[in-house]
Design a protein around this ligand. Structure first.
Ligand SMILES: Cc1ncc(COP(=O)(O)O)c(C=O)c1O
Length: 366
């Protein structure tokens, strides 16, 4: 058990989140079950959802609203989600995230109860209610199986709960991008394959990743860990995709001598950042390959670079896997070029949905 003092940092963070964050919540109205804050809320929208149930939404402070303990996201992690970055007051790659959400929903057979246009309007309203320092923030959008009885059967759940937290985000420091970070290795806890849990269902069931992170980050200063498939091939990090850069002779003057390898999407989540960075790499003239036979040893050693990608991390240089150096143990220039490229993309508001998009403009886009 950690001591009270050790919790201090976490408590300060929570207070800060509580001060700024706002939550959008949309639930069916079931007397005696739906959180009263929503039942009694004024100013939200009431509608009939595709199931015919009356539902209501609202925008709340974190201490005003709660989920029902009977929601199957709380009981079983039965839900899907997206984590989306706000940069320069624009929701970065919003369409790509919403399209992936739709794919996850389809895979778990949850029907989104709100139209894309309506959820987008309400997300923008929620973002407007949050003070985002430097225009940077984060949206966690969750669609759950909904409220049901204490059994696991999704057929007994009623229409989904939708909620979104809009908050500030703790990003890696500037120094981390300059120096890179080491990755741990989860030796025992493995990434389940498609037959066990499809990595491309972005579900709220993260216990496997949590255990892998716990196992792989025991060394001081290690904050992310590499996961392997059950066969021992490289899959992904616990919340990030992984890439190896192989530089062949003459790479400095000829981009076709640079190869970027990343595990195939059967082994990992098709990260939005992964897809974006593969596009940026191709634009630079690098050769790109998705592989299903990468071993941890392929990531390390001379002539190599390694990086990971994710919504929160962007492109993060990796300097060591466990204690073994990648290249000379410093971020390489191919990686640093991609860090620059993605930063430029994130700063460009036209790559996302600007927070000041009007409802009329939205209707024209949809
Ligand atoms: C398991 C896993 N892999 C990869 C990623 C990176 O995906 P994205 O770039 O879409 O954030 C995430 C992000 O949540 C993740 O949870």
């Amino acid at each position: 058990m950690r001591s009270r003092q050790e919790y201090d940092g976490a408590i300060d963070t929570l207070r800060e989140v509580g001060r700024r964050a706002r939550v959008y919540a949309s639930m069916p109205l079931i007397e005696g079950v739906t959180p009263r804050a929503l039942m009694e809320a004024t100013g939200g929208k009431e509608s009939e959802d595709p199931s015919g149930l009356r539902r209501k939404d609202g925008i709340f402070r974190l201490d005003e609203i709660g989920l029902s303990p009977l929601d199957h996201v709380a009981l079983y992690g039965d839900a899907v989600f997206e984590g989306i970055l706000i940069r320069n007051r624009s929701i970065f790659l919003y369409k790509q995230h919403m399209d992936r959400l739709d794919r996850s929903l389809e895979k778990v057979d949850i029907q989104m109860p709100i139209s894309r246009q309506e959820i987008t309007e309400r997300l923008l309203d929620t973002c407007q209610a949050v003070d985002l320092p430097d225009g940077v923030g984060y949206i966690r959008l969750v669609v759950t199986r909904g409220m049901g009885d204490l059994g696991i059967n999704p057929a007994k759940c009623i229409t989904p709960t939708v909620f979104a937290i809009v908050s500030t985000i703790r990003l890696y420091s500037k120094a981390a991008y300059e120096k890179g970070i080491p990755l741990g290795l989860s030796r025992r806890v493995r990434r389940p394959n498609q037959a066990i849990l499809d990595p491309n269902i972005k579900s709220n069931n993260y216990l496997n990743n949590v255990l892998a992170l716990q196992e792989g980050t025991k060394a001081p200063g290690v904050v992310e860990s590499l996961m392997l498939t059950t066969e021992g091939f490289v899959a992904e990090a616990t919340v990030d995709n992984i890439f190896s850069v192989v530089r062949h002779d003459g790479w400095e003057n000829d981009p076709s001598k640079v190869e970027i390898h990343t595990p195939s999407s059967e082994y990992c989540l098709m990260g939005i950042t992964r897809e974006t960075v593969l596009g940026l790499a191709r634009k630079r003239g690098y050769r790109v390959a998705a592989r299903d036979d990468m071993l941890p040893i392929d990531l390390v050693g001379p002539g190599k670079e390694c990086f990971m990608t994710g919504t929160g991390a962007g492109v993060m240089p990796i300097t060591h896997i466990e204690a073994v150096a990648v290249g000379n143990g410093q971020p390489g220039s191919v990686t640093m070029g991609l860090v620059q490229d993605i930063n430029a993309m994130m700063e460009d508001r036209s790559n996302g949905l600007p927070l000041d998009t009007t409802k009329e403009e939205l209707a024209a886009i949809a």
